[in-house]
Design a protein around this ligand. Structure first.
Ligand SMILES: C[S@@+](CC[C@H](N)C(=O)[O-])C[C@H]1O[C@@H](n2cnc3c(N)ncnc32)[C@H](O)[C@@H]1O
Length: 287
């Protein structure tokens, strides 16, 4: 069961980050056990890639031999997939339990991946600045960060000159839709970044599992496309691609979506009304 409310009690943002970390820690083991994250397939098939990375492939191109860092890597399935495409990977997440599962998967598949535990905004305290050929971020990451400006600063600091950001993310227009309203596509939440987060209480998760959770309150923030692009430009990145997609890799609006492939969902009625996800690429200036 999920409840969502705008939170305006002025509680410090750090408290919200602690709530978020506890929620991810609580769910990590169940995610690793879920058939939806497919740990066993990575072990039995050395060429197996995550749905997210498989979707990304046409825009991602050849990453063989590149040094990459995956921000908010969770339990490492996308990180491992990028390593399988030939990149030398680091993964960062603030959830120790998520990283324990990510390290276990790397070990089970005999894949060298450097995992570090840190908040995104402190990434350069635990990873070398200016040394990555690409920064990767997967779906469902930016909404946990209060400031897109500070995120762009970190991305820029991590990239080597000429290095590339690659991100596929839920579209801010999709995040603004009230998913509980089944009578149409209703914009119920902020499109733009707000100081105060939205606070959700949800005792479930987004993968199939019988597990029960106790850390169920989370805080999230939306970030408009213009805000994200502008933040990157301000921190010395040149946008080289922005593709908006008409599908999303989970049933974002339950009851109103149709599964259109093995991993992607789309609004059943007139899907052309809504950008569901986007892929943004940007390159750090060489000078
Ligand atoms: C939805 S998951 C990442 C999505 C990824 N595509 C996946 O499914 O594996 C979001 C991750 O962000 C991490 N996270 C959230 N806020 C963070 C922060 N401020 N710093 C670092 N990691 C954070 C969580 O611990 C979680 O592992």
């Amino acid at each position: 069961m999920r409840r969502r409310t705008p939170m305006c009690d002025g509680a410090p943002v750090d408290n919200f980050l602690d709530l978020n970390r506890a929620s991810w820690d609580d769910r990590a083991a169940a995610h690793a056990d879920s058939p939806d994250y497919a740990f066993e397939q990575y072990v039995s098939d050395p060429s197996f890639l995550s749905d997210v990375v498989r979707f990304d492939l046409p825009l991602l191109g050849d990453i063989g031999g590149l040094r990459g860092v995956h921000l908010q890597c969770h339990i490492g399935t996308d990180t491992l997939s990028l390593a399988r495409l030939g990149a030398t990977m680091s993964g960062l997440d603030f959830s120790g339990e998520s990283l324990a599962q990510a390290r276990r998967l790397a070990q089970l598949t005999d894949t060298p991946i450097h995992y570090v535990q840190s908040e995104v905004y402190k990434a350069t305290e635990v990873l070398p600045a200016g040394e990555f050929d690409f920064v990767f971020t997967g779906v469902g990451a930016l909404c946990w960060l209060p400031s897109i400006e500070r995120w762009a600063e970190v991305v820029s600091a991590l990239l080597a000159p000429g290095g590339r950001l690659f991100i596929r993310e839920g579209h801010p227009m999709l995040w603004a839709i009230d998913e509980a309203r089944t009578d149409g596509v209703i914009v119920g939440y902020p499109y733009f970044e707000t100081t105060e987060p939205l606070v959700d209480e949800d005792d479930g998760t987004y993968v199939a599992t019988d597990a029960r959770f106790t850390k169920n309150v989370t805080a999230s923030w939306n970030h408009g496309i213009g805000e994200t692009v502008t933040a990157l430009l301000r921190h010395g990145l040149r946008v080289t691609g922005l593709v908006e997609h008409d599908s999303v890799p989970w049933e974002a609006m339950p009851g109103q979506m149709t599964k259109i492939s093995s991993s992607e969902w789309q609004l059943t009625d007139k899907p052309e009304r809504l950008a569901h996800t986007y892929t943004l690429q940007a390159t750090k200036d060489s000078a």
